[in-house]
Design a protein around this ligand. Structure first.
Ligand SMILES: [Zn+2]
Length: 404
């Protein structure tokens, strides 16, 4: 592995890795609940060393890892398929469309990548209790990795979290606090918990290695695409950490001189949960007014990583748009029928976004586009259940089977 230091996104101060744990000690103090995090830390590696050591013929990915693989839990995550989506591409009018299906991670979402690395860090630090707030996916991911690693996960989730995710969390053996409030309330409560009762806090972006864990999806896209960056990656955005992680992965590759350009990163938010979209469009931050959407994974009033998410979109030459619940449900159905992939509504938001991109001609038809599918559809069947018609039972005789 390569050595790294943390750098504060806001003030640029750098720190030895064990000098700090969460936010920049200077800027983090200005953070107040109800605002995006201040003083988020980024890991900066010795890129000259990586450039010297990394060989495409026999790639050593641990060069890009913040934690030595000897601390990794025995619970492989990632290495999900990058699939050419030819039929979906024909439907949408793009002829080089790909899907990175991260719903195939062990707990069913991309969040396994972040939880995996934070649990590895907990191993390194000798921490046995790991705490997180989540809309559901990060919680089930942390609960799963903790179960594999023999650690105690303590989870704060809003009571509105989909049942399948709650079932996962409980079955994996986590201690669950069901918060009678929003995700933002759960986030604040989990911070108070670790400040007063200890444990390692895995909150997204608050623990800097969540971004490092999520960046591995970009490293994989690069490798699976013949060691080339695609033209664009379409990412569903809630808290803004996945898109920041995707950016960080490609940025690391660029710093190590393995790629010349970073793909355009396209931010897709739910129309009612649009704080980052509004920030990108206007340059002015405000919270989402009423972040109620069927896409629970991207439902957030105050996205913790708004500043890094905006930077990811701006610096990559990308753009942002929003989609409605109805558009997400239609896209979920289209994706399933045209690719065989059942994605949760938040992940299907990428397809809904692409429908708009096609209409607006904001990406060329020939661009190589990767849709990032961040969560499996089985995590929330209630959302599509209201949008489909299940057949009525028939008598078990062929004459009763009509019209098929
Ligand atoms: Zn700072």
């Amino acid at each position: 592995m390569a050595s790294f230091r943390y750098r504060c996104f806001d003030c640029g101060r750098t720190f030895e890795r064990d000098q700090v744990r969460y936010l920049c000690p200077h800027c983090g103090q200005t953070y107040r609940p109800g605002q995006p995090l201040a003083g988020v830390l980024e890991a900066l590696y010795d890129y000259k060393y990586i450039a010297f050591k990394f060989k495409k013929k026999n790639p050593d990915w641990s060069l890009f890892s913040a934690v030595d693989p000897k601390h990794f839990p025995n619970f492989p995550v990632g290495n999900t398929p990058l699939i050419r989506a030819e039929r979906l591409g024909q439907e949408l009018g793009f002829n080089d469309l790909w899907i990175k299906n991260d719903g195939l991670n062990p707990s069913g979402s991309l969040k396994d990548r972040a939880s995996f690395l934070v649990v590895a860090e907990a191993n390194r630090q000798g921490e046995n209790r790991i705490v997180t707030a989540s809309t559901g996916n990060a919680a089930s991911a942390l609960a799963a990795v903790c179960a594999a690693a023999g650690k105690q996960a303590i989870i704060f989730v809003p009571k509105s979290a989909p049942k399948a995710k709650l079932v996962q969390i409980v079955l994996y053996g986590a201690r669950v606090v069901l918060v009678d409030g929003t995700y933002d309330d759960a986030f604040r409560l989990s911070l108070e918990y670790t400040q007063q009762r200890g444990g390692l806090n895995r909150n997204t972006a608050y623990h800097p290695l969540t971004i490092e864990g999520k960046k591995t999806v970009a490293l994989e896209i690069f490798a699976q695409n013949g060691f080339q960056p695609p033209d664009a990656v379409v990412v569903p955005v809630g808290d803004g950490v996945i898109i920041s992680g995707v950016y960080k992965g490609f940025w690391d590759l660029q710093q190590a001189k393995l790629i010349k350009r970073i793909p355009r990163l396209i931010c897709i938010q739910a129309a009612t949960s649009d704080a980052i979209h509004h920030f990108i469009k206007t340059g002015k931050y405000r919270n989402a007014h009423k972040p109620h959407t069927i896409a629970d994974s991207i439902s957030v009033r105050t996205p913790s990583n708004a500043h890094l998410a905006k930077r990811a979109v701006d610096a990559s030459g990308g753009f942002s748009l929003t989609v409605t619940d109805r558009e997400m449900l239609a896209a979920q159905s289209l994706l399933a029928k045209a690719s065989g992939i059942f994605a949760e509504p938040a992940a299907a938001a990428t397809v809904a976004g692409l429908v708009k991109i096609r209409k607006d001609h904001t990406l060329p038809r020939t661009a190589q586009i990767v849709l990032l599918i961040t969560g499996h559809g089985l995590k929330d069947v209630d959302a599509p259940l209201n949008a489909i018609h299940l057949p009525k039972p028939v008598a078990p005789k062929l004459s009763a089977v009509r019209g098929i």
